[in-house]
Each structure stands twice: as C-alpha cells, then as structure tokens.
Design a protein around this ligand. Structure first.
Ligand code: ADP
Ligand code: ASP
Ligand code: MG
Length: 439
C-alpha cells in the first residue's frame, strides 16, 4: 500500500464543519496516513485568522496593553471546535500553560505556534490518530537557520513506528528547545518535510481552491485551473506572489521526487493540480503559458552610464551599496549601458533616498531614474522557450490595454518574462495578459 501525506490549510480547519470534511477526506483513503494541519483561518470574509490573533496578543504584551480579551477570542474558537467535534483534549490546561508562558515573556514565535499545536491536538483526537509534535523534530540551529538533513532524519525516526499521525505545521525548535516558526504560510513546508521523511507517494496540499489557477482568482474572474505544472514553474509563480503554496515547500518534495497535489477541501472530487519534476510531452504541445503571478509595491532604480559595460566592478559596486543597507535585490535586469535594480518596498525601511544618494556618490552615473510604487508581473510557462512571438503577444496586450511597461526582465530560464508596471495598472495588466494568452 502507498503512503500519502495530507496537509490541510487554515480554511480547511477553520471550524468543526470544515474538520468534518477533513475527517471524511482522510478516512476516504487508507493511504492518507500522515496529516499536517495549519491553525484555523477565516470562516468568512471579515473573520480573523487565529495566527493573526496570536501575534496580536504578543503585540499587546510588548506595548504593555492588556491582551486577555484577544486571548479569550482565541480560546473561545478552540472551545467551540472541541465542543462541536465531541472530543476532549484538556484545552483549559493548555490555555493555562500558554497564558503562563505569555506572562513570562514567551516569544512571538512561541505564541504564534500554539495555533497549529492546538489544532493538531484536536484533529488527532477527532481522527483517532497519534499526535506527534514537530518541536524537536523540525530543527533550526541557534541562529535560526533551518536544518534540512537533521530534520529529515529526526522525522523519519519519529514516524518509523507510527501508523498514522497528526502533526502541527509551521514550527520547529532551536537546540535549546525554544520554538521557531517558518515564515507565514509555512505549514506547507512542514507538509513537504513530512512527505519526504516518510517517502510518501504523493504530498496532498488541501486548501480552498481547486488547484493552482492560471491567475489569482481575486484579480481574474474564474481563471482556468492548471492541471499539471513543473516544480520549477511553480516556484517561479509562488515566489512572484501566487500565494497558494509556500515557495520553500518545493525543495523537500523535489528532493524526495514526490509529486504535490493541490486539492480543494470543499470540492474533494476535483483532481486539482499536480506538480512534478518533469512533464513528458511532445515539443510544442504544451500550453504557451502556464500561469501569471505578481504583486505590488516594488521600487526600481534605473542607472544609465555610458560605457558602463566596460567598467570593471560596476555591478559589484551597486550591489555593495545595497548590501551595506541590508537590502535584498529582487531582480537585476540589464542592458548595454543601463542597469536596473528592483527592490521590495517592505525591505527599504525608508532608506530609499539615502541609498540613491550613495549610488550617485560611489558610481557617478550619467542619469538615474527611480520608479516607486511598481508592481511586478511574471508570465511563466515551460512552453515559452523557443516559441516565437511570446513577448510580442505580451507587449501588444499591455500596449492595447494602455499599460506602461517600466521594466522588462526575461529570466535566463527562458520560461519567465517579468514586467514592471505601475501599482495602479496591476490588475488591468494581469487581466490583459490572461486574455491575450488564454481567451
Ligand atoms: P491555505 O490556508 O489552505 O494554506 P492559502 O490562503 O495560503 O490557503 O492559499 C489559497 C489561496 O491562494 C486561495 O484562496 C486564493 O485566494 C489564493 N491564490 C492566489 N493566487 C492563486 C492562484 N494562482 N491559484 C489559486 N489560488 C490563488
Ligand atoms: N498559520 C500560519 C500562518 O497563518 C502558517 C500557515 O497557515 O501555513 O501563516
Ligand atoms: Mg497557505
């Protein structure tokens, strides 16, 4: 018999009604032996995610404001789930321990992790499976760097004799035992790590959409679901903002050669999207583009200097300015005598002016232009390589929609064209590209 790992996201465990669907999915296939859960997400638009509320408790504490009301909202949601599922996991004692730790100054990572911890406890009781904590198994070093191979070994060992378990996603621990989380959405990573450790035949990622769609459904109406996609294409799309799967969930799956299947908890019959290493298809038979993703709030600094290409160390000096300010470069498109650096606004910390001044001082460019409030849009597809006219279609579509293109970066992978447009043109541009290639 094969083994499947099923990860259920926030909306899939948002309340007892959703958890009943989880139970029927898990019990519907005896190969679904290992279950990884997130913390309860929104039940309806305008609702709060448990993880956000837990971070909010910590913020209250940091500002010496009473946090008990927010904490009570969290506790009440778990109480309702426990009651409606008809299980008993000793929630009141768990709440008391968490509260005690909060008062002792527990970290934001610790408090945030309790969302998945309590969900896993409840889910394990409800499904009649063992609860296996990921603290101590998912490992980070004392600087917070994730330890891949150590984690794989620890998970393998811990799950070796366990025929069915529920594990909390999102967190692990550092050597002294304190809790450390992945970045937001990180339960996807935990699911992939468990899949690799148990050498699963498939990693199922259950969410609230019927697979990876060709574009963000909040921007394009009813986008077509992607049936099959490669890890590389998916990583490009996830990195660029398609929020369905955490981009770091790809590595462990790829390392174990485990296909990922994105499925919909609310429509379990739908086959969803399959993500694999390689797709065996005759040349030219794949769709031209696989998907479109992007997001807002970048800054592009374009630097022009005559004979720049002949000047040794030019790029290095630009990068060293950014390094000195601790700013990560997202993209670095270049022409013969021009170079642009693309930076995420959230990393700039109000330092833009200082940075441009420093670039001016150290590099003495002929001209420099700064575009703030830019959005980046990636059009991705394994079928794009060696196909003529893809960029022409893309640029014509944007031109016809009246969108100004401020930057173009064609990745060396030949399967990704990134354009920079103004934030205010973002939605219009995504729709124009979608229509040009899909409709
Ligand atoms: P979960 O809580 O299950 O981890 P997420 O909220 O992280 O779920 O991811 C699913 C959401 O991702 C969808 O509800 C949808 O709004 C959003 N999304 C963004 N881009 C896409 C896309 N290309 N295809 C499908 N969903 C997308
Ligand atoms: N609960 C965490 C978050 O909201 C992790 C996750 O859902 O994957 O980011
Ligand atoms: Mg998610």
């Amino acid at each position: 018999m094969g083994v499947k790992v099923a990860k259920f996201g926030g909306s899939s465990v948002a309340d007892a009604i959703q958890l009943a669907k989880v139970k029927s999915i898990v019990e519907g296939d005896p190969e679904r032996k290992y279950v990884v859960v997130s913390a309860p997400g929104k039940r309806f638009s305008g609702d709060s995610k448990i993880t956000d509320l837990l971070y909010l408790c910590k913020t209250h504490i940091d500002h010496n404001v009473a946090y008990d009301q927010v904490f009570q909202v969290v506790c009440d949601r778990y109480r309702a789930i426990e009651l409606n599922l008809g299980v008993n996991v000793g929630l009141e004692e768990e709440f008391r321990i968490i509260d005690e730790n909060l008062q002792k100054g527990a970290s934001a990572d610790y408090i945030a992790s309790r969302g998945e911890y309590l969900t896993a406890k409840l889910t394990a009781a409800y499904l009649g499976l063992e609860f296996v904590d990921t603290a101590g198994l998912v490992q980070f070093d004392k600087h917070g760097k994730f330890l891949n191979e150590e984690t794989n070994r620890a998970l393998k060992e811990a799950l070796a004799g366990v025929d069915g378990a529920v594990l909390p996603g999102f967190y692990g621990s550092v050597p002294d035992g304190s809790i450390k989380t992945f970045s937001r959405g990180g339960s996807d990573i935990t699911g992939a790590l468990v899949a690799r450790a148990v050498e699963a035949d498939i990693y199922e990622n259950w969410t609230d959409v019927s697979g990876f769609l060709m574009a963000d459904p909040r921007v394009v109406k009813d986008p077509i679901p992607i049936e099959i996609i490669t890890y590389v294409e998916l990583r490009e799309l996830s990195y660029m903002g398609a929020g369905v799967l955490h981009e770091d969930a790809i590595y462990p799956a790829r390392a174990g050669n485990i296909p990922i299947n994105i499925r919909n908890t609310n429509d379990p019959q739908h086959p969803g999207t399959i993500i694999v290493g390689d797709i065996d298809e005759p040349a030219g038979k794949s769709k031209v583009i696989t998907g479109i993703a992007g997001h807002k709030d970048f800054t592009v600094i374009s630097i022009y200097k005559n004979m720049m290409s002949g000047e040794a160390g030019f790029v290095r000096r630009i990068l060293s300015v950014l390094e000195d300010y601790g700013v990560v470069v997202e993209h670095l498109p270049s022409g013969i005598d021009t170079l642009s650096v693309v930076l995420a606004n959230k990393n700039l910390n109000g330092k833009l002016e200082e940075i441009t001044e420093e670039i001016r001082r150290r590099l003495q460019p002929d001209r420099m232009e700064v575009f703030e409030n830019m959005a980046l849009i990636a059009t991705v597809g394994r079928g794009m390589a060696r196909r003529m006219g893809v960029s022409a279609t893309l640029f014509t579509a944007l031109y016809n929609a009246g969108v100004n293109i401020r930057m173009i970066d064609q990745g060396s992978s030949e399967m990704n064209i990134i354009v920079g447009v103004e934030n205010s043109d973002f939605e219009k541009a995504v729709r124009a590209i979608y229509e040009a290639f899909v409709e």
